[in-house]
Ligand binder design. Structure first.
Ligand SMILES: *Cc1c(COP(=O)(O)O)cnc(C)c1O
Length: 423
């Protein structure tokens, strides 16, 4: 049996209707921005394997750090114990995160990072004997697939089977250009009519919605409104963190600081699943008490896994090298050039760039759904040409590993241009 045949016998894939889906491609190795399948066909990974891999596949520097840690201390429980890799990650984050962030909580993936933040927001007010149970989120947000994260997510077909079983979430419009005031007004109205505990948002870029972008000034204003009403703010930087927007964090563009930040995806350079939620001292202090019931009773078996921490430290080291910062700038310039070239095309509605993120919306005759026919046609075209891109409806985005060469980037752009002609 081939790998693909064995796969269909045993495996259940994410976001997949197995009855109608095409068989998955079996990838056997990766290097830099390239992947090879079992038949040795080459692919350019133009979405950094779901946004996790900034430094390239099979990165030796991170692999060496992981090996060294694996053969020193692979894991130890974090309840009642601690270790140097976790402390070093926390110290490092204190240097690079917005300065109000003081406490670091480990978990395993983006959804759990969000789950922790939402539970903390709710319990923060419980501990203070204040009844605040509503979470505010953006329309078309994506915060993950565990229950509270799913409740905060607004992409409806992901969540429709569970309607009525969620925590209380109220949605406000995204302050995209020209619609900022509607977003501010909606936030004020929600805060007035509900007992709001927290506001969770993807700062500056909504990834899963199709790289929808909005300005730092608008986000600063929303955070100010929350702060004035003692509503806790949660920046979900799971996608945007570690250089994607051109700065280390999207919040580095914003004049206001959030109460909590969620990190995962590129945290370990795409090697080991790990996530972090960070907090202000003020949030932590609401749980600091002689009363054990005020503690945060949340944890995961692999919390602060030392091997994951070693991978995170190596990744942050790589991110901070001048070479990697130059790569981010190089890709940004390249995207801006391509944006200028493509945005005038008659079949293009709009194109946008922030950092290493580029997105183009293609004109479609029908209302294009998330997994609609244009999306499938585009996806197959790209795969056929050896480029991994996952369009969101009629939106094609590129989020390459930072080490992608100019030649590879130009190839990705050329194939997108071809695709626009084709559909
Ligand atoms: C991917 C993502 C998540 C969920 O992360 P998982 O590791 O898939 O659970 C949460 N928030 C944002 C903004 C994301 O992009």
């Amino acid at each position: 049996m081939t790998l693909t045949e064995k796969d269909s016998q045993y495996l259940w894939h994410p976001y997949t209707q197995h009855k109608t889906a095409q068989t998955p491609i079996a990838i056997s190795r990766g290097e830099g921005a390239l992947l090879w399948d079992e038949n040795n066909k080459e692919y350019i990974d133009a979405i950094a394997s779901w946004w996790v891999n900034p430094f390239g596949h099979s990165n030796k520097f991170i692999a060496d750090a992981i090996y060294k840690q694996l053969t020193t201390l692979e894991h130890v429980l974090f309840g009642g114990f601690t270790h140097e890799p976790a402390i070093k990650v926390a110290e490092k984050l204190m240097e690079i995160l917005p300065e109000n962030q003081q406490k670091v909580f480990f978990s395993d993936n983006g959804s759990t990072a969000v789950e922790v933040a939402i539970k903390v927001a709710l319990q923060y007010f419980f501990n203070k004997n204040e009844k605040r149970t509503t979470i505010i989120a953006f329309e078309n947000a994506f915060h993950g697939d565990t229950f509270a994260a799913m409740a905060a997510s607004g992409i409806s077909f992901y969540t429709q089977a569970f309607q009525g079983m969620f925590i209380d979430v109220v949605r406000i419009p995204v302050p995209v250009k020209g619609q900022e005031q509607a977003s501010f007004d909606a936030l004020k109205a929600v805060i007035k009519s509900h007992n709001c505990a927290g506001f969770i948002f993807e700062p500056l870029v909504q990834g899963a919605a199709g790289m929808v972008m909005y300005e730092p000034e608008a986000l600063a204003k929303l955070i100010q409104i929350c702060a004035a009403n003692k509503v806790l703010t949660i920046a979900d930087e799971v996608m945007t963190g570690f250089g994607k927007t051109g700065k280390t964090f999207a919040m580095d563009y914003v004049a206001e600081q959030p109460d909590m930040i969620c990190l995962s995806k590129a945290l370990t350079g795409g090697t080991i699943p790990m996530a972090i939620t960070t907090f202000t001292q003020e949030v932590f202090d609401a749980f600091y008490d002689d009363d054990i019931n005020k503690a945060l009773f949340h944890g995961h078996t692999f919390t602060a896994n030392p091997t994951g921490c070693a991978a995170a430290l190596a990744s942050i080291d790589l991110l901070q090298t001048p070479e990697m910062q130059a790569n981010i700038e190089r890709i940004n310039k390249s995207h801006l050039n391509f944006e200028q070239k493509i945005e005038k095309h008659t079949k293009v509605i709009t194109a946008r760039t922030l950092g290493v993120i580029f997105a183009v919306e293609i004109k479609s005759d029908s209302e294009e759904s998330y997994y609609g026919s244009m999306r499938t046609k585009l996806y197959n075209f790209f795969i056929d040409k050896g480029v991994i891109l996952r369009p969101v409806g009629n939106i094609v985005y590129v989020l390459p590993p930072y080490i992608m060469t100019d030649e590879q980037l130009q190839k990705v752009y050329a194939i997108i241009e071809e695709a626009i002609e084709m559909v």
